[in-house]
Design a protein around this ligand. Sequence first.
Ligand code: CTP
Ligand code: MG
Length: 230
Amino acid sequence: MTESTKFWGIVPAAGVGKRMQADRPKQYLELAGKTVIEQTLSRLLQADVFEAIAVAISSDDPYWPQLPIAKHEKILAAAGGTERADSVLSALKSISGKASDDDWVLVHDAARPCIAASDIHHLIACLIHDDVGGILALSSHDTLKNVQDGRIAGTLDRNHIWRALTPQMFRYGTLKTALEEAEGNPAITDEASALELKGLQPKIVEGRPDNIKITRPEDLSLAQFYLEQQ
Ligand code: CTP
Ligand code: MG
């Protein structure tokens, strides 16, 4: 890693959390004494690698301005978008005057509050000399089935199936271009898929299994347990 290598954090946080069925977006629910998003951002700041972290926030979000962390000198707010990919692109554009095409960006879901600083450092160490970049991922322990109309149509080869996590780490210029080219494509559910569309092959870096995404109500107590264990 040279002295001039720069890293930027990008945090999509403009979702409504439909599957969580709470009275507010899940990133503002309480987890171990703070909101989920405060846990997430504190952990990214703790990693101590980012020039700044751009957070995509929905325009009608009344919760964000009330959080002390919104005023942190390294935290920048950007506009949210219709889909996750739009929010990520918006946050990337918001730092266009500061970031160079060769800088690295790490995109991390606001809804993954258990991210360990060690996983961020591990991802960076594995990818810093890579031409494409890559993502944290988990191999699958379960046998996986291809299902059509409620019946099993086949068994997938588990050795080739990984679950994509975040952070996902790519060069600023490459990622921004890839997301711009893929704009409106519903198949782009993470950053890697935008690069895959260009024929690139992001690298897989095995991450910690406690880096869960808060999606459904039961995930909150699991996240609380993991935070206590860490
Ligand atoms: N996200 C975003 N902008 C969107 C949609 C999602 O920034 N238009 C963010 C979410 O806030 C979350 C991350 O992307 O941090 C992962 O998305 P997901 O877990 O699907 O969150 P939600 O879309 O909020 O939840 P749901 O799909 O259940 O509505
Ligand atoms: Mg969603």
